[in-house]
Design a protein around this ligand. Structure first.
Ligand code: AMP
Length: 279
């Protein structure tokens, strides 16, 4: 596995590839877990005899001033071992943010879809995500890029950006990977105390209850959600919403594919999770 630490090295490597070499790309912020590895394994399968590229970059521009940039977990040696075992050919891990941000004056924004869910509670977050993913797609020029549906809004926004800017390759969404007890895998889980981790199971239990009610025929969102404060206690709710799966705007009645999305703090750690509800 080759480690590239500058954009110059990445571009040199990319240019040296024979025309027609398939590239499958997985962008991450590192501290790899089985969710990331599921993306890498799918990338390996899709790349065939070509190359799997992983990027590891804790992107500062997608963190707000009071968010957890400094506390974001990192483990480069562990990540390299996992990436190699999952069939990664190249890991791009820029040494400084300046590698990807020669200046901080060019930005990519996707209107509308960022007005909802995480976009409302994290102003500027998706601008940071879109900008860095756009840069990475231009550098790597992959045939396929893989993203997790755990970050459902991110995936929806990136699909729009990708189509509107004619960015290279195909975008593929991958299912949420969970712990056996239901907790959605996240690098941020490493920041949970044992007690907070236990309490955080309330999120996946709540989503399971919502799915059960939905399967039983409930379509009215208020009935579907029930008493969210007690369902997620002692978590501090950022939002619990049912939104249209395409437009991400809230709905009161489910008539088309919808998403039930949760963001809540447990022990000061912000966790997100979701489930699709398809009538
Ligand atoms: P991150 O490192 O958190 O920015 O995530 C990198 C990629 O992995 C994103 O496309 C995420 O949606 C995806 N991802 C994170 N957690 C999971 C999970 N539990 N299951 C599937 N994909 C995930």
């Amino acid at each position: 596995m080759l480690a590239l630490r500058s954009t110059a090295d990445l571009l040199t490597w990319r240019t040296s590839l024979a025309a027609g070499t398939t590239i499958a790309f997985v962008p991450t912020m590192g501290y790899l877990h089985d969710g990331h590895l599921s993306l890498l394994r799918e990338a390996r399968a899709r790349a065939g005899a070509g190359k799997v590229v992983l990027s590891i970059f804790v992107n500062p521009t997608q963190f707000g001033p009071n968010e957890d940039l400094d506390r974001y977990p990192r483990d480069e040696a562990g990540d390299f071992a996992k990436a190699q075992a999952s069939g990664t050919d190249v890991v791009f891990c820029p040494t400084t943010p300046e590698e990807l941000y020669p200046s901080r004056s060019t930005w990519v924004t996707v209107d509308d879809l960022d007005q909802h869910l995480c976009g409302r509670s994290r102003p500027g977050h998706f601008r940071g995500v879109c900008t860095v993913v756009c840069k990475l797609l231009m550098l790597v020029r992959p045939d396929v890029s893989l993203f997790g549906q755990k970050d459902f809004q991110q995936l929806a926004i990136l699909r729009h950006m990708h189509a509107d800017l004619f960015l290279p390759g195909e975008i593929v969404g991958m299912p949420i990977v969970r712990e056996p007890d239901g907790l959605a895998l996240s690098s941020r889980n490493a920041n949970l105390s044992a007690a907070a981790r236990q309490q955080a199971l309330a999120i996946s239990s709540f989503l399971a209850q919502v799915r059960e009610r939905f399967s039983a025929g409930v379509r009215d969102v208020a009935t579907l959600l029930g008493d969210t404060a007690s369902a997620l206690a002692p978590g501090k709710i950022d939002y619990v919403e049912v939104v249209d799966a395409l437009r991400l705007a809230p709905v009161n009645l489910i008539e088309r594919p919808a998403l039930c999305a949760v963001a809540a703090f447990f022990g000061g750690v912000r966790l997100i999770d979701n489930t699709l509800l398809t009538p």
